[in-house]
Design a protein around this ligand. Structure first.
Ligand code: SF4
Ligand code: SF4
Length: 707
């Protein structure tokens, strides 16, 4: 005997004429065909990009992507409410989609072909309950997203571009807002009409005990059904309502399917794909120019590789990179979001047509819609804040540097930058000093610093340009050398064998010069005898650690903060004069975000007895000093706020701050300058962490220092 519960099942085409059913299938096939064509157009577009071979196994990549998507950890970072709302939408949508797909699977395939039926009885009822809850989650998530867009008016969701002025055709792109709202409304309408449809079906079939008696397995639909009955809706009226709504709901759902590849909805696929092809060292290790490539940099949209073209389509316009960008924060004509969106528009207009245009030239000198202007590209500090925060793994920095390579090739850059690059080419350093003077700072020390090319050392100290030639930083170098000496570290330097490490030269886009510098340093290091490398310069640290291996230079390298921490742990350095300073610490981009060196500086500050007060923007969210990407060699516009000044104001808001601590030579230069120009001189001081270590370990007299 079949119980009522066993008999209950999903009503599909009941009361539909055969012609209606045929029409629906026809429309369904048409929607799938349009979807398929759209997918083909997108894949063809990506395939028109340059070739790229990915590292790493496919399954490992798939697993990492799945973990990111299911956990939503990249979406909820620094925006928990948006992450929570997106999670509701995602899981609600996935469950509802799975429900619909399961019905189709049974109705169109399993039952007619194999006689298999499972969409009835207890399974159906439990699934109905799950889908009802999923619908509530979807609606709640959508409502919050609408509230966020419509009422919270978050600056990051404002599409006004810092590189355009009102009146420019693509200044604030109202079509983007329309698309965002249309997406939200379509999903909301599908979800809401699903409930009303369910309620109308219940009222229409209220005489069927298997349906009416089990109605509370669809609680929202049942509640609405009770409301409809109370409002006087009869079976006939409910039947008509159900019939009309069924078509409305079905047609909107088919429309959504058809439009996926052509609208924002495609991020469902492109974001997942982008996460899957993510390069964890995207900004840290820039790509070399293959020998086979004649073109330097990106002159045409097809000079970007397929992964970069996919990246453009993955952007959801969430604005997190726009918000994090230090250049945008100080009013520079750059938003990483808009760089991506401009290129996306350009790729769409040139690469989605059937015939590949002969020239899809990027006009990097112009401001035409869909183009990225030169000033925009030169505003970038390559600080990686955009790459780090992007929830869908868009890798802005390699894209920007690729376009810069073209600018450098054409000489389209600030004259001072041109001069600095020529100076580096000629002298091997950005100060234009003779190579022989590179180790001159060490002459003031009461002990000789070994030349690692002449005698073996345990630790090779790669000093870097600023710490070698800048007078203020030379003092810090002398202090660090004395600390190493007192700790009994057998260390040495390369003297005139060292050249500019090239990190910033590469990020400027001068790849040829970078290769010369990297090769020279790798050769010089090959001529020295050492066990490991240490550097006080995070920029040098990054390129030696992440990029020199591509040039045959693989070393055990660390930033001085981890070495110093170890010297304390081993008792080779001991605090004898605990500091009681109230300090804040600035994470250098190349130590923190680039290489995750967040802990050692903080542990050192704790060891020294300092009270650390974090700034709001710290660790991965640290705010660039403005020197990166070669910008230290380019003058900032007169009158405009500098990133370092912006940062200084943030630090100045800390009550009772005594020391602003840095651990990068460029930071010392940038922030000491900003301290003065923001009128904070005398309120607190900027110091290298090395200087604080010295203070906590008063220097031994010269005769006590080991020779
Ligand atoms: S790397 Fe930094 S400066 Fe450049 S676009 Fe990204 S956030 Fe802005
Ligand atoms: S690039 Fe990434 S972070 Fe920036 S707006 Fe697009 S999705 Fe958001």
């Amino acid at each position: 005997m079949v119980s009522r519960t066993d008999a209950v099942t999903r009503i599909l085409f009941e009361a539909f004429s055969a012609a209606e059913v045929r029409l629906f299938y026809l429309l369904g096939y048409a929607a799938i065909a349009i979807f398929g064509y759209g997918v083909y157009v997108q894949i063809r577009k990506y395939r028109r990009g340059a070739a790229l071979k990915l590292e790493g196994g496919l399954w490992a990549r798939f697993g990492a992507m799945l973990s990111s998507v299911l956990s939503h950890r990249t979406i909820e970072r620094r925006d928990r409410s948006a992450g929570g709302a997106h999670r509701l939408i995602f899981y609600g949508f996935v469950l509802l989609f799975a429900g619909t797909a399961t019905i189709t699977l049974e109705y169109d395939i399993l039952e007619p072909l194999f006689g298999i039926r499972f969409w009835h009885g207890q399974f159906y009822l439990v699934f109905s309950l799950v889908l009802d809850i999923a619908g509530v989650a979807l609606i709640a998530g959508l409502a919050f997203m609408m509230y966020r867009r419509g009422w919270m008016r978050l600056p990051k969701l404002d599409y006004a571009r810092p590189d355009r002025v009102p009146g420019d055709p693509d200044f604030d792109r109202p079509q983007y807002r329309r698309e965002d709202w249309a997406f939200l409304w379509i999903l909301l309408i599908i979800a809401c009409t699903g409930y009303v449809l369910e309620a109308a079906r219940l009222v229409w079939l209220q005489d069927r005990a298997d349906i009416w008696d089990t109605r509370w397995w669809s609680p929202v639909g049942a509640l609405l059904a009770e409301g409809m009955r109370t409002a006087g809706l009869g079976e006939r009226g409910a039947g008509l309502l159900r019939h009309g709504l069924w078509w409305f709901h079905g047609l909107i759902a088919l429309l959504l399917i058809a439009l996926i590849p052509f609208t924002k909805v495609k991020h469902i696929f492109t974001a997942a794909a982008s996460l899957m092809v993510r390069d964890p060292l995207a900004a840290q290790r820039l790509p070399r120019i293959p020998d086979s490539q004649e073109q330097v940099g990106a002159a045409r949209i097809t000079d970007f590789n397929w992964k970069q073209l996919l990246n453009l389509d993955a952007c959801t316009k969430c604005g997190r990179c726009h918000e994090a960008c230090p250049a945008r924060a100080v009013g520079a004509p750059l938003s990483p979001r808009d760089v991506i969106l401009s290129l996306r528009e350009f790729a769409k207009s040139t690469l989605e047509s059937g015939v590949l245009p002969d020239a899809a030239e990027l006009d990097i000198h112009g401001k035409a819609p869909g183009q990225v202007a030169m000033e925009t590209l030169w505003s970038c500090r390559t600080c990686m804040a955009c790459v780090e925060i992007c929830p869908v793994a868009v890798e802005h920095v390699p894209i920007i540097v690729q376009m810069r390579r073209k600018l450098v090739e054409e000489g389209a850059m600030d004259p001072l930058l041109t001069k600095t690059l020529q100076t580096i080419h000629k002298t091997g350093n950005s100060f234009g000093e003779s190579k022989r003077k590179r180790g001159a700072w060490s002459k003031a020390l009461p002990f000789p610093v070994k030349d690692a090319r002449k005698e073996p050392v345990d630790v090779l100290w790669f000093v870097g340009d600023y710490a070698s030639f800048d007078p203020r930083n030379q003092k810090v170098s002398q202090v660090f050398a004395s600390l190493l000496q007192e700790a009994g570290v057998n260390f040495g330097i390369l003297y005139d064998g060292e050249s500019n490490a090239g990190n910033d030269v590469r990020r400027v886009g001068e790849e040829g010069l970078y290769e010369v510098l990297a090769t020279a340093n790798v050769n010089a290091l090959a001529g020295a005898s050492f066990k490991s490398v240490v550097t006080t310069d995070p920029h040098s640290y990054n390129t030696i650690r992440n990029e020199y291996p591509d040039f045959g230079g693989k070393y055990e390298i660390e930033h001085y903060t981890t070495l110093a921490k170890r010297l304390f742990t081993e008792g080779r350095l001991q605090v004898t004069n605990p500091l009681k300073y109230r300090v804040t610490f600035h994470d250098p981009c190349h130590l923190g975000r680039f290489n995750k060196g967040y802990d050692a500086p903080r542990e050192l500050l704790a060891l020294l007895g300092c009270e650390l007060v974090e700034m709001g923007r710290c660790k991965a969210n640290s705010f660039c000093c403005g020197a990166g990407g070669g910008r230290i060699w380019v003058p900032d516009p007169v009158g405009a706020e500098k990133p370092a000044q912006n940062r200084m104001k943030e630090a100045a808001a800390i009550p009772g701050l005594e020391v602003y601590v840095v651990s990068c030579p460029k930071d010392l230069t940038m922030f000491e300058d900003a301290l003065k120009t923001t009128g904070n001189e005398g309120k607190f001081v900027v110091k290298e962490l090395i200087e604080l270590i010295r203070e906590a370990i008063p220097a031994r007299r010269a005769e006590e220092v080991p020779a």
